[in-house]
Design a protein around this ligand. Structure first.
Ligand SMILES: C[S@@+](CC[C@H](N)C(=O)[O-])C[C@H]1O[C@@H](n2cnc3c(N)ncnc32)[C@H](O)[C@@H]1O
Length: 363
């Protein structure tokens, strides 16, 4: 990856691990300070916002720390096992960080204004809203212009990184072990012929991870947002290997032939869909996968996984605008996968995320 040189070649292993831990610790501290200051400011300017959430108990905070440490250890171990290069652990767009971090603060003022006016579907007049499903035309996370502006795309990665205390990429990377295991069923075909699609690829973070883990595969990404695809194209062009093919498409109606892909991933999409759309996306995933192909979904933990974290799951849609999250946390995606025809379904949890691995049966 061009933006982060491969550190494995230059630094002995114990030092790399320390560097990784230090890097994650730095992101954690940065996120904590950012969130503390911005929460205080928000609660001062929009006092009703403070009453929408419950504080987390010291026990829950402690459990979160333990889960975060376990995630980082797994991330490190998977890199050591060769699932992906260690350089991915440090993959970060520093130029974007320095360029757009001040904008995160400036955008907060617009967010306060919309929260005060209870505006949740507000878009700049110049934005073309034709052709998108109604459920999509939302200021998710109170984002200015939702997913439909270049500035939103420029700020998104930074905001997600802060939200997850620097662990967003470590959670995305957890799709790579089950995906690579699933793709072993196609070991008889040349790696260049493996086709892997990331559904709702956003700014391309998961595609960067996929490129690291599958350097030769043909990668594809779809998303509804032209602005996010533009950003993905920019960030993926920094990598010196083949550029993934990016297409604007609704995940409910993918523009691909039946039985086309060997593997599919989708990260942090399902909590932003109503139930019917969730089922449609799963059905489409089934249609475009080859028999024997593998689907990995990564999204938020659900109510059934972590009763201890229920307060957190209540707080999230109350503070951020996430109209489908509550329904998502109670949805049985395993049942939906079975309804579409998937079998051999496995579940995993890492930190605050959940993963479904499912196979399309051999014909
Ligand atoms: C929370 S972001 C996740 C983006 C990316 N996968 C990641 O890991 O950061 C949700 C993404 O889903 C896209 N999206 C939402 N509904 C969609 C739909 N019906 N079809 C395609 N993309 C959709 C949005 O444009 C946005 O890029």
């Amino acid at each position: 990856m061009q933006s982060t040189p491969n550190l494995d070649q230059f630094i002995p292993e114990p030092l790399t691990k320390l560097t990784y831990q230090g890097f994650q610790e730095g992101k954690k501290i940065f996120s904590f300070v950012h969130k503390s200051v911005s929460d205080r400011l928000t609660n001062t300017v929009v006092p009703e916002q403070a009453s929408k959430s419950q504080p987390l108990s010291p026990e829950v905070l402690e459990k979160l720390q333990v889960k975060l440490k376990a995630l980082e250890e797994k991330d490190w171990q998977d890199a050591q096992q060769g699932v992906y290069p260690s350089s991915l652990l440090f993959d970060n767009s520093w130029s974007d960080f320095f360029r757009y971090y001040p904008e995160v603060w400036l955008d907060l003022v617009k967010i306060w204004q919309r929260i005060q006016k209870k505006e949740y579907q507000s878009f700049d007049a110049a934005i073309d809203k034709v052709g998108y499903p109604d459920y999509y035309l939302q200021n998710f996370h109170h984002q200015t212009d939702g997913y439909l502006s270049d500035m939103s795309a420029n700020l998104y990665d930074l905001q997600v990184e802060i939200l997850f205390s620097g662990a967003a990429d470590a959670m995305r990377r957890r799709i790579l072990v089950p995906l690579k295991q699933g793709l072993e069923a196609f070991s008889d075909i040349p790696p260049q012929k493996l086709r892997v699609l990331d559904v709702a690829c956003g700014t391309g973070r998961t595609l960067r991870m996929l490129r690291g883990a599958l350097p030769k595969a043909s990668l594809f990404g779809t998303d509804l947002s032209p602005a996010y695809l533009r950003k993905a194209n920019q960030l993926l062009s920094e990598i010196s290997s083949e550029l993934p093919q990016l297409v604007q498409a609704n995940a409910e109606k993918l523009p691909y032939l039946d039985n086309y892909f060997h593997g599919l991933s989708s990260v942090f999409l399902f909590h932003e869909l109503p139930g019917v759309a969730r089922q449609n996306v799963i059905n489409e995933a089934f249609r475009v996968l080859q028999p024997g192909g593998v689907l990995i979904i990564c999204d938020s933990m659900q109510a059934i996984d972590s009763p201890d974290f229920q307060v957190m799951m209540n707080n999230f849609p109350a503070i951020f605008h996430e109209p489908y999250y509550r329904d998502y946390t109670r949805d049985n995606l395993e049942e939906r996968l079975k309804t579409a025809g998937f079998t051999n379904i496995k579940l995993e949890n890492h930190f605050v995320s959940k993963y479904w691995t499912a196979y399309k049966p051999q014909a």
